[in-house]
Design a protein around this ligand. Sequence first.
Ligand code: ASP
Ligand code: MG
Length: 451
Amino acid sequence: MANLSVAKFGGTSVANHAAMTACAKIIIADPNTRVVVLSASAGVTNLLVALAAGCDSTERAKLIGEVRQIQENILNELKDSSTVRLEVEALLTNIEYLAEAASLANSTALTDELISHGEMMSTKIFVQILRELNAQATWVDVRTIVATNSHFGKAVPNDEQTQKNSDNILKPLIDRGELVITQGFIGRDANGKTTTLGRGGSDYSAALIAEVLNAKDVLIWTDVAGIYTTDPRIVPNAQRIDTMSFAEAAEMATFGAKVLHPATLLPAVRSNIPVYVGSSKAPQEGGTWVTRDPQPRPTFRAIALRRDQTLLTLSSLNMLHAQGFLANVFSILAKHKISVDTITTSEVSIALTLDKTGSASSGTELLSGDLLNELSEVCTVKVDTGLALVALIGNDLHLSAGIAKRIFDTLEEYNIRMISYGASTNNVCTLVHSAYADDVVRLLHKALFEA
Ligand code: ASP
Ligand code: MG
């Protein structure tokens, strides 16, 4: 729909009464926002996940008490909580039953049913918050819209069915001019069971709903006023980026910046729907638009820092004029499910850093004894830890003369352990000692962004 925006508010944005009220005001001020997707109030999903793992009755009572307290704190500040309190109570009673069941047997379907209650409660309460600000809103159970497969915990949406549901249920409501409040994160499989899209899945829900409604944009309201040129905790002078591309945002997220990851917004990316990131606590501060092809495209966009890196240096004299050495090394790494991140090679050695994404362990733990033994059979292996990867992200970095000189001049006092340049037009990575990683970021930022 031509003028429709889908807004998503994250857990911190709906953490308490004041935060929810700020969100409600943003919605009321923007007539285009007709569909609102909410996360659970901050902390609730974690508590529900703990309950779903199964615990004894004392622990259960404690955790449910904490969930209840978060919701009570909001209910107590409503002018009229009579109706919504009953609804939340009913959901809390469900949680008690489901948590008890979870203590008896583990089931992924049960887990999803249980953890879906966080979004159920936040959306019920939010409708009342809007009502008290004289805005009428319609609560929609998102499970009637978002159809998924039965992969509990990380369900994959069925796009065709979701489109049909949206056309039949959501679109008529919006055509009638209603403001729809619904849940992120959850869906329903073909058997009618509740599913979840994976932790942090509300962004995905919002993008999916925007896609099936053909919305003009997705507004991600969170606790930061957009995406910055680098982590403002390291560089207080970091500047907010007004527009950037999905590709640049993906690079930043991959290299460790805690910003929205375009993969979590896949439907918006594939359907070319612009995504805005702003702070629900300070909407007046503005935010960042992430789009497919923003203009201008500056050479330098941002600096990301990824700590706790492991460097593996593999050398072999046999590599000299030999064939198949790299293939051999990579097949050993692949066999041990090690994903390589950055890499440089010389005639007789390879240096590479390990990709830890998706793994809870640190880089060194990824290197099992078996793996090191197997590698040692074909080459000498050296492992260095205590390193950090500083990634400079930008555009056409391979075409801009003098970039390497500027980087090396800026960092002339530091030992650069490895540099990866040329494979991507969007980044230049340097590997440095952890101890001076922050200084490297500060110096590069000063030289390239504050000039
Ligand atoms: N409430 C869910 C979670 O904490 C989904 C979300 O916040 O996006 O993972
Ligand atoms: Mg969240």
